[in-house]
Write a protein that binds this ligand. Sequence first.
Ligand SMILES: CC(C)(COP(=O)(O)OP(=O)(O)OC[C@H]1O[C@@H](n2cnc3c(N)ncnc32)[C@H](O)[C@@H]1OP(=O)(O)O)[C@@H](O)C(=O)NCCC(=O)NCCS
Length: 238
Amino acid sequence: MIGRASCPPAIYWRSGGRSSSAPSGGPSGLPAGGRCITITILAPDPTPENIRELSTTARRWKAQGIRLTGKGENTGGYRAVFAGDVAFAAADGLRAHACCVLAAQDQLDLVRGLILFFLHSDGSKWEIPFATVDPDNQGGSLNRDPYRGIGTELLGAAVADMSTTACTRLELETLDGAAEEFWRRRGFHNTTEPLHMTCPEMRALAARLAHTETDDPLAGDVLLADAKASRRAFSLRV
Ligand SMILES: CC(C)(COP(=O)(O)OP(=O)(O)OC[C@H]1O[C@@H](n2cnc3c(N)ncnc32)[C@H](O)[C@@H]1OP(=O)(O)O)[C@@H](O)C(=O)NCCC(=O)NCCS
């Protein structure tokens, strides 16, 4: 897909099946067997090609969900179908020239995740109606070797966009308990209202997740998404 790049590309490693809380092995401190993808977050242009790409992605993710459900993997199936719905909504949004869709795209131009957000018409608040990563890499998926960090990356790009466009509160409804935990751990909170964060909180999150440079493991940058401490200390995060 083509569009405005929202932040510099970031490289995500997977651990090669091992859980790794600290870099180990390999010349650059990367786990042996780890593999990487480069993720670019972009705001896709409303071109027919991009709309087609999102529709194809939607069908692929939905079919994956139906397959998983057929095998009795109901939770994974439900989340994959949800991912398909998100991709359909993204295609619709582009078709209607509606704001805002951000896509995580890998180096082969495959869509790896999507986040949708919009400003309410009275300007009072932002809302994230949909967010997902591809079914193979969703939290809690049966994939034992997922890429991690793509959802957080999308959120970082989205809050950066929102807080510079209109400084107002951000709300969302959660899909389920696991998703709620994901949002809470990134600073969303509530009492009786939907999960939300204030504009200063959005700005703080955007700063925390902002990129400084493109990481290059071959140049000695360390494992990113799997190692939170390293991510904070060395990687693309400020
Ligand atoms: C929620 C979602 C977008 C997060 O993106 P992600 O790339 O998986 O998340 P990241 O790798 O950036 O971050 C990993 C975090 O997700 C958490 N997580 C999210 N969903 C999870 C689940 N179902 N089971 C276990 N952990 C989950 C992990 O525990 C981890 O939390 P931590 O870093 O605070 O310890 C993604 O998991 C997803 O698409 N889930 C299904 C659809 C969904 O729930 N969308 C949100 C709608 S409100």
